[in-house]
Structure formats: C-alpha cells, structure tokens
Design a protein around this ligand. Structure first.
Ligand code: TXA
Ligand code: MG
Length: 339
C-alpha cells in the first residue's frame, strides 16, 4: 500500500480534507494531527477498519481506543447517560486535551472499547482535526499514530517512519503544539479520577468542579486505563532520567554521567533545556527553556531524534512532578528509568 501524504498548505487544504474525510468514511485508515499528538483514525462504526488499526500498530486488542468527535452532541450520542460533571467539563475544556470516560450505549462497538462497558470521548482542539471530523461526520476511533510501544508522533514525517505502507493517508498539519497525549478522566465512579495525567491537570479540574479529583495509581499493577500497563513511549536507547534537583547539582550529575559514558565507550545523548548543552560531550536535543510545557512539546520528537542519531543511552534532567510536570514525568517513568 502506498501511504499518501496530504498537504494542508493553503492551496491544498480543502482537497486534502475532502479526501481524508472520504477515506475515513469508506473505512480507510487516516492519520491526522491533533493539538496533542498525531492520531491514527478509523470510522468507529466500521469494525473491520478498527481491527486494522490494532493490526497495523501491533496494539494489544485489550487496549481500548478513544472516540474523537467534532461537537459535544456527537459524544452524547454514545453515552448511556450523561454523567455528573460532564457538561461543566465540556464547557471549560472542550475542545481540548481532555478525554472523558463515560458509560457507553449500544452504538459503540466492542472492538473500539475492547469489550468494556465504557468509552473514552474526546473533542480535539486543532483547526485541521475539527474540520476533518466535521467533514467526515462519523465518530472516529483513534489511538496515537505510532507503532505500539514507540513514542507518540508529533509530526507527519514521524507517522510515516512508523506506519508508511500500512495506512492509507497522513494529513500533514505540522508539529503538534502540546506534544503529549490528553488527560484521561474517568467519570463513571463517584469521584472523577485521572487515569492518565496530561496538560489538563488535577488542579485545573478541581478549580472548575470544586470537588476532589482522584488520581488512580498510574503505575499500579492493575491500572484502570488498560493502556497504562504496557511499556510505552520508549526509545530504543537506554533512557536515564534524573529526578529534579537544584540546577547546580543537576549540572554536576549530568557532567559526571556523560564523562562516565564516554569513558566506557558508549555514545550518549542529552535531551535537556538549552542551558544544559554545555554539560558535556553528547548528541544534544533541546527542551526549550525547560518549562513543563516545553518538556511536553519537545519530549517525543527529542527521544526519536536521539534514537535516529544512534546513541546508546539518553540522559534527561527531570522536573518536579507537579501540574503539567506530573504528566511529563509519568511519560518519562514509562519510557525509562528514573534515578
Ligand atoms: O491525546 C490523545 O489522547 C491521543 C490523540 C490522538 O487524541 N490519543 C491517544 O490514544 O493517546 P491512545 O490510544 O494512544 O491512548 C488512549 C488511552 C489508553 O491508555 C487507553 O487504555 C485509555 O486511553 N482508554 C481508552 N478508552 C478507555 C476506557 N474506556 N476506559 C479506560 N481507559 C481507556
Ligand atoms: Mg498511544
């Protein structure tokens, strides 16, 4: 199969969106940008298409997919009942990087939900995605557009690196502004519970709901978001993350470890805020100014770039696991070892 790369330059965007929407409706697989990461979409009503998504990603079939919508009513169509808090959350955070887990009705296929009686719904905040979903006018099941276990792609070229020849098209919307996946919030119990942290933080949710929001053990043995149990986001190189500490200590730690790697003949990569570049001799990729937002935006592309550079190990200085930093450190803990 020849995977088509569809441009969204002003001269092409209209035809690209029409084609991508038609392909989705016909049961073809189309990768598309969102504000978080690229998704690999299939018509959620077409079970054969959804099965192909599991297939081409090598995704375990017990890991459910999120259904993407272009308006709130399209999400409500899938629900058994509208849960408490849904409307308030949708008012505040939709469109945006918040996935809500709700009780589903019979309109949703078991293939999408891996047999669960719940479904994740998300209304993405990206102009290209919104227009694609509007024109397709079907519910679109979409996991991240990477091979299972690899870091999520944040640009179209990276989607092709993983999936070229296996999917029908990629809609090229440039780099994703957020860079890590949406917050997954379970609304099916008495207490809203974050199953996967993201850039919509617990504090953001509590501010709006004025109620306690729980976090399920993201690293527990039996996580409630089935996807959280798999090794994830991992580069090929060994990844070592240093827990946050004062900057001077972090510099010394990085310098010493880079020197030790060089002495043992291992090629090291350093993925860090630009000011750490001088810490030693390494393939370097920067994480902007080093805010949690910068980390999120540049993390996956940086890991993949260092992998492509052929390093044996990658060092990353960690950040405090609070707010958006919690989401960043959650991904890093899954990708490597935090020391
Ligand atoms: O930002 C995102 O959420 C991206 C973009 C493409 O929208 N999508 C994404 O999908 O990250 P995926 O499949 O890579 O991750 C979905 C996560 C998995 O951990 C999955 O187990 C969990 O959401 N999930 C989906 N449906 C669920 C459900 N009904 N109950 C519990 N967890 C669910
Ligand atoms: Mg994923």
């Amino acid at each position: 199969m020849n995977t088509r790369l569809l441009s969204t330059d002003p001269a092409h965007v209209d035809a690209s969106l029409d084609l991508a929407a038609a392909l989705l409706r016909e049961g073809k697989l189309v990768a598309f940008p969102t504000e978080t990461v690229y998704g690999l979409g299939a018509n959620a009503l077409d079970e054969a298409a959804v099965r192909r998504v599991y297939d081409v990603k090598g995704r375990p079939t017990d890991n459910p997919m999120i259904v993407h919508v272009h308006e709130r009513a399209q999400a409500v169509e899938l629900m058994q009942e509208i849960p408490l808090y849904f409307s308030e959350l949708a008012n505040e955070f939709w469109p945006g990087p918040l996935t809500m887990i709700v009780r589903r009705n019979a309109a949703v296929s078991d293939v999408v939900t891996a047999g669960l009686d719940t479904v994740g719904v998300r209304f993405p905040d990206h102009p290209i995605t919104r227009e694609l979903l509007r024109r397709a006018d079907v519910h679109v099941a979409a996991p991240s557009a990477n091979l299972s276990g690899r870091p999520s792609p944040t640009d179209a070229r990276t989607v092709l690196t993983d999936l070229s020849g296996r999917i029908d098209a990629v809609l090229d919307g440039g780099a994703c502004p957020v860079g890590i996946e949406s917050t997954v919030l379970d609304l099916t119990g008495d207490t809203p519970t974050i199953l996967r942290p993201g850039t919509v933080t617990r504090e953001d949710l509590e501010d709006v709901l004025q109620t306690h929001v729980a976090e399920s053990g993201f690293d527990a043995e039996r996580p409630r978001a089935p996807g959280m149990k798999y090794r994830h986001y991992a580069p090929r190189a060994e990844l070592i993350v240093f827990a946050a500490r004062p900057e001077e200590e972090m510099r010394i730690l990085l310098s010493n470890n880079l020197a030790a790697a060089a002495a043992s003949g291992r090629r090291a990569g350093l993925l860090a805020p630009a000011r750490f570049r001088s810490c030693g001799d390494a393939a370097f990729r920067d994480l902007g100014d080093g805010t949690a937002v910068d980390y999120a935006r540049h993390l996956y592309a940086g890991l993949r770039a260092l992998d492509a550079a052929g390093v044996d190990l990658i060092f990353i200085p960690g950040i405090p696991p609070a707010g958006i930093g919690l989401a960043v450190m959650n991904r890093l803990a899954k990708a490597g070892r935090v020391g």
